[in-house]
Design a binder for this molecule. Structure first.
Ligand SMILES: CC(C)(COP(=O)(O)OP(=O)(O)OC[C@H]1O[C@@H](n2cnc3c(N)ncnc32)[C@H](O)[C@@H]1OP(=O)(O)O)[C@@H](O)C(=O)NCCC(=O)NCCS
Length: 148
């Protein structure tokens, strides 16, 4: 599983992706959002072996900027280096799209994700107030950026 290939996501993958999404996030995306991302041509990839999806992500790229819209590893497989592999892959994809910077948003409470992003070289460049639904009201989003 650790060396499972990263390949493009297809519409047929959406149910398996949704199973991971709903197990990993407090406020998961819907299947319709993933289908829309595929339809509009965002860069959607899965980490898959033997029909099992261990992780995935979604990147949009436009006018020199790339936005990582989702990055997720199945809870049972977190902490094994898969998130780092996926993020490195998306940085390569963004460079391939000639993006000069990559942006993403993260909850301040998501210490694992923030540690991953900072270890790669992302820096916080801003915040959006009350951006995410949270168990007690709303939670801010921190905006992180990486110069490519
Ligand atoms: C965030 C996420 C993608 C990380 O993926 P992962 O496969 O668990 O992470 P990795 O094993 O590749 O670890 C990479 C780095 O993340 C950090 N990290 C991972 N788990 C951590 C934890 N429990 N606590 C603190 N830091 C952690 C470390 O810096 C780690 O580097 P190291 O192994 O050299 O110490 C994963 O936890 C996840 O999918 N979470 C749920 C969805 C989510 O929150 N996505 C991000 C939205 S912004």
């Amino acid at each position: 599983m650790r060396d499972a290939p990263i390949r493009p996501m297809h519409e047929d993958d959406v149910p398996a992706v949704m199973a991971v999404e709903t197990s990993a996030y407090y406020s998961p995306w819907s299947a319709a959002i993933f289908r829309d991302c595929l339809r509009v041509g965002y860069s959607c990839w899965v980490l898959e072996r033997g029909g099992d999806i261990f992780g995935y992500g979604v990147l949009s790229s436009a006018v020199g900027e790339a936005h990582l819209l989702n990055l997720c590893v199945a809870p049972a497989h977190q902490g094994k280096g898969l998130g780092r592999r996926l993020l490195t892959h998306f940085i390569d994809v963004a460079r391939g799209h000639k993006a000069e910077a990559m942006f993403l948003e993260v909850r301040p409470s998501n210490h694992a994700a923030i540690a991953l992003y900072e270890s790669i070289g992302f820096n916080q460049v801003g915040a959006r107030r009350d951006y995410y639904p949270a168990p007690k009201g709303r939670e801010d989003a921190l905006i992180f950026a990486l110069a490519l």
